[in-house]
Design a protein around this ligand. Structure first.
Ligand code: NAP
Length: 287
C-alpha cells in the first residue's frame, strides 16, 4: 500500500492567497530585512525563495549583503540600525554564518519584536516555558502546519526526531512537547537508531544526509516528515547548485511503500518553511 503524500505546495499556495489578502487590509506594507554574510550558494538560493514569496504576497524583502570578513561587532551595529528602522518589522540573519563570527551574539542583537526566525533568547525561552507569545522557527512552524493541514493529531503521539540542531531539531522537539507529544531526540550518539525510529508514531528527520532513512528504519502506520534538503547528481552528492537535484534524508521510494503518510522533498516541509517565515512576519505586525 502506498503512503498518503503530505504535500506542501498546495498548502503554501493557499498561504500565499491568505497572506496577500491580509496584507491588503494592513495600514503598513510588511517589510523583512535579510542580512547575508558572504555569498554561500545555498544561502543565495534560500534568499531568492524568500524574495519571490514576499513579492507574491505584497511584502517588501530588503537584502543586505555584508562581506565575508566582517566582524561580529560590525554585524551587530548593522542589526541595531535595522532594529531602529520603523519601516521594517522583521529581521533575519541568513544562517549558517562564517565560523569566525559569534552567532549567539549576532542573533541576540535582533530586537525580539522583529525576530521572525524565533531564534533570539527571548523566543527560545518562551519555547522552553511554553509561554503564550511563542514565535516558532519557520521550519518548526512549517512542520506543524503540514500536520495540522492533514489533520494528523500530535497530542499523545510518540514523536521521534532525528537531528538536534538549534535551528531545526531542538525547537521542533520543544514545540511537539508543548503540544503534549512524547518526544525522543536522536543524534549521532544514539544507539540502535533503527529501533528508536521504528517506535515513532510520527518520525521527523533533519540530519542532512541523502536517503539515510531506508525501509529498515520504519514500520507500517507511521507518519514520516522529511526535513532534509540534500543535493545529488546521478546518485552522487555534488556541490554544483546549477545541476542539482534535491532529495530528502528519507529514501522516499522504499519508505513510502511502507508508512501511512510521508512528506516529499522537494514540495513538502521546504515549501512551508518560507511561508511560515512570512506568517511570523505578519504575526509581528499583529493588526
Ligand atoms: P545540522 O545543524 O547539520 O544538524 C544535523 C543533525 O543531524 C545533528 O544533530 C547530527 O547529530 C544529526 N545527524 C547527522 N548524521 C546523523 C546520523 N548518521 N545519525 C543520527 N543523527 C545524525 O543540520 P540542520 O540545520 O538541522 O539541517 C538538517 C537538514 O535539514 C539539512 O539537510 C538541511 O538542509 C535541512 N533543512 C531544511 C529546512 C527546510 O525548510 N526543509 C530548513 C532547515 C534545514 P549530532 O548532533 O550528534 O552531530
Amino acid at each position: 500500500m502506498s503512503a498518503q503524500i503530505l504535500e506542501g505546495i498546495s498548502l503554501r499556495d493557499a498561504t500565499i492567497q491568505r497572506l496577500s489578502a491580509k496584507i491588503k487590509t494592513l495600514s503598513v506594507q510588511p517589510a523583512l530585512t535579510v542580512i547575508q554574510i558572504g555569498s554561500r550558494t545555498d544561502s543565495n538560493a534560500y534568499i531568492k525563495a524568500k524574495k519571490a514569496f514576499g513579492e507574491k504576497i505584497g511584502a517588501r524583502v530588503l537584502h543586505e549583503v555584508l562581506p565575508e570578513k566582517v566582524t561580529t561587532s560590525e554585524v551587530v551595529a548593522q542589526i541595531k540600525k535595522h532594529n531602529a528602522d520603523h519601516s521594517v518589522q522583521g529581521i533575519i540573519v541568513q544562517l549558517p554564518l562564517p565560523t569566525h563570527l559569534d552567532q549567539h551574539t549576532i542573533i541576540d542583537s535582533i530586537d525580539p519584536k522583529k525576530d521572525v526566525d524565533g531564534l533570539t533568547s527571548t523566543h527560545t525561552q518562551e519555547l522552553w516555558e511554553d509561554g503564550s507569545e511563542i514565535v516558532l522557527p519557520a521550519t518548526t512552524r512549517g512542520i506543524l502546519s503540514l500536520l495540522d493541514c492533514y489533520q494528523i493529531p500530535v497530542e499523545g503521539k510518540k514523536v521521534v526526531i532525528v537531528g538536534r540542531s538549534v535551528l531545526v531539531g531542538k525547537p521542533t522537539a520543544l514545540a511537539f512537547l508543548n503540544r503534549n507529544a512524547t518526544v525522543t531526540i536522536c543524534h549521532r550518539g544514539t544507539k540502535n537508531l533503527e529501533e528508536e525510529t521504528r517506535r515513532a508514531d510520527i518520525l521527523i528527520v533533519a540530519i542532512g544526509r541523502a536517503h539515510f532513512i531506508t525501509k529498515d528504519f520504519v514500520r507500517e502506520g507511521q507518519v514520516v516528515i522529511d526535513v532534509g534538503i540534500n543535493t545529488v547528481s546521478d546518485g552522487r552528492l555534488q556541490e554544483e547548485v546549477g545541476k542539482r537535484k534535491l532529495v530528502g534524508d528519507v529514501d522516499f521510494e522504499s519508505v513510502s511503500k511502507i508508512v501511512s503518510a510521508i512528506s516529499p522533498v522537494p514540495g513538502g516541509v521546504g515549501a512551508m518553511t518560507v511561508a511560515s517565515l512570512f506568517e511570523n512576519l505578519l504575526d509581528m505586525i499583529g493588526e
